[in-house]
Design a protein around this ligand. Structure first.
Ligand SMILES: C[S@@+](CC[C@H](N)C(=O)[O-])C[C@H]1O[C@@H](n2cnc3c(N)ncnc32)[C@H](O)[C@@H]1O
Length: 400
């Protein structure tokens, strides 16, 4: 399959040639996002927000952070009440993007529970240097809280107690793409094709690894997921988030007691591995436009793949996490009091009409079932000898 618009830049031609002429799709996704000199994230070319490549919930306004902070404060107070005597509670954000969520969470926690802040530190875990530079500009102005950047390996050596947040980061983890054709499964690869002196990218079929075959068998025997589902078209494609098992294992080593909240594009296995989803869930984003052509503009656009809920939960469980529950973002934010935020706008309408309308639009976008409202919140807990009872306000019935 050749897409003449999927031109391959020189740096990527070299990488593919160095690897013998083709690379796995997993390697391709890792390079175009995280290659230290050319990746979309590592160079910091990516911009998140209304004027950037795509919006995330915290990039719309600080309302997402103010609502999420209510849940984080509940968890931290529960930890305090349970008798854990850590001097410091850590709020760890993995993949902090522009740094706005970290900053706005700290500001909101300072408002809601000022006494907690003096017992807290903020830890930012960012893979890419370009993004870390951008985060520093946003977070360095915070006062009254200790903050630092770290990485998962260092945190494993000095584990923490507290709350870990991963908002829209797992969808950016490289995935394996699997192609089902003629009753066989292939690992999707990416190769070069020369057309009129220019190199384009094309998909090729590679032999599946033993890890891929194990994933298919385990999904069937442990989770009852049928691969492939009956009635698929020829060359039905899907994804496997193969880095998740290791990620949950590492995270279970960095958190002694506390909770982990994953917020991301996700769906149940029945919808994910479905006959009608014949090209998987991967999509590319650039300048606020979604593009199904995932080989276009390598290193200049984002790539994102949904999570399968059952597989994600299973990887957490086998790595020592307890699953507290999951819900859609719209429900979670309403349970945390989003409708009160909307009612309170009435007071500001008369003084600043356009400000109030903008804020109302941002609040509604957070719960829009056709957009961010469909994101899933998955919460896990880790306890080490303590009988932790963490309250999950975000799972309760929405309050009006
Ligand atoms: C889509 S952005 C999400 C940003 C932010 N959480 C938000 O909601 O606005 C993904 C972020 O995760 C970072 N990232 C990607 N893979 C990562 C990994 N394995 N560990 C830590 N950060 C990672 C990227 O560099 C980027 O900052």
């Amino acid at each position: 399959m050749i897409d003449p618009t999927a031109r391959c830049p020189k740096w990527l031609i070299d990488r593919i040639r160095d690897s013998g002429g083709s690379i796995s799709f997993y390697k391709y996704m890792d390079l175009v996002l995280n290659d230290p000199e050319n990746g979309f994230y590592s160079t910091g070319k990516l911009k998140i927000g209304k004027d950037g490549d795509f919006c995330t919930s915290p990039s719309l306004s600080n309302d997402f952070a103010r609502l999420l902070a209510i849940q984080i404060v509940d968890w931290l107070l529960d930890l305090e009440k349970s008798g854990i005597e850590d001097e410091l509670f850590s709020l760890v954000e993995i993949g902090p993007g522009e740094g706005t969520l970290s900053r706005d969470l700290i500001l909101a926690i300072t408002d809601i529970a000022p006494t907690l802040i003096s017992k807290m530190e903020l830890v930012l875990v960012e893979l890419n240097v370009g993004m870390r530079k951008r985060q520093k500009k946003v977070v360095n102005n915070l006062e009254g809280i200790k903050f630092r950047w770290s990485n998962i390996e260092d945190l494993t050596l000095r584990p923490v107690t507290g709350v870990i947040i991963a908002n829209e980061v797992l969808d950016a983890f490289p995935v394996e793409r699997l192609v089902f054709a003629e009753n066989k499964v292939f690992r999707q690869g990416v190769s070069l094709r020369k057309i009129n002196d220019e190199y384009s990218l094309e998909f090729v079929d590679l032999r599946p690894t033993s890890a891929i075959m194990r994933f298919l068998q385990d999904s069937n025997s442990l989770l009852n997921i049928e691969f492939p589902p009956k009635g698929i078209c020829d060359r039905w494609v899907t994804e496997w988030h193969c880095d998740l098992p290791t990620w949950f294992e590492q995270l279970s080593k960095i958190l002694i007691n506390g909770s982990l909240l994953v917020v991301d594009y996700a769906m149940e296995s029945k919808r994910y591995y479905n006959v009608i989803r014949e090209d998987g869930t991967l999509i590319s984003y650039r300048n606020q436009k979604a593009n199904p052509n995932i080989l276009k503009d390598p290193g200049l656009s984002d790539l994102t793949a949904h999570l399968c809920i059952e597989s994600t939960v299973n990887y957490a469980l086998i790595n020592g996490w307890k699953f507290m529950g999951e819900t859609r973002q719209g429900q979670a934010l309403l349970a945390l009091g989003l409708s009160k935020f909307i009612y309170s706008l009435q007071n500001t309408f008369s003084q600043d009409l356009s400000g109030a309308l903008n804020r109302r639009e941002s609040l509604l976008r957070l719960v829009d079932p056709m957009g961010l409202g469909e994101f899933r919140w998955l919460a896990f807990q880790k306890d080490n000898g303590f009988d932790l009872m963490l309250s999950n306000r975000f799972l309760e019935e929405p309050i009006s």
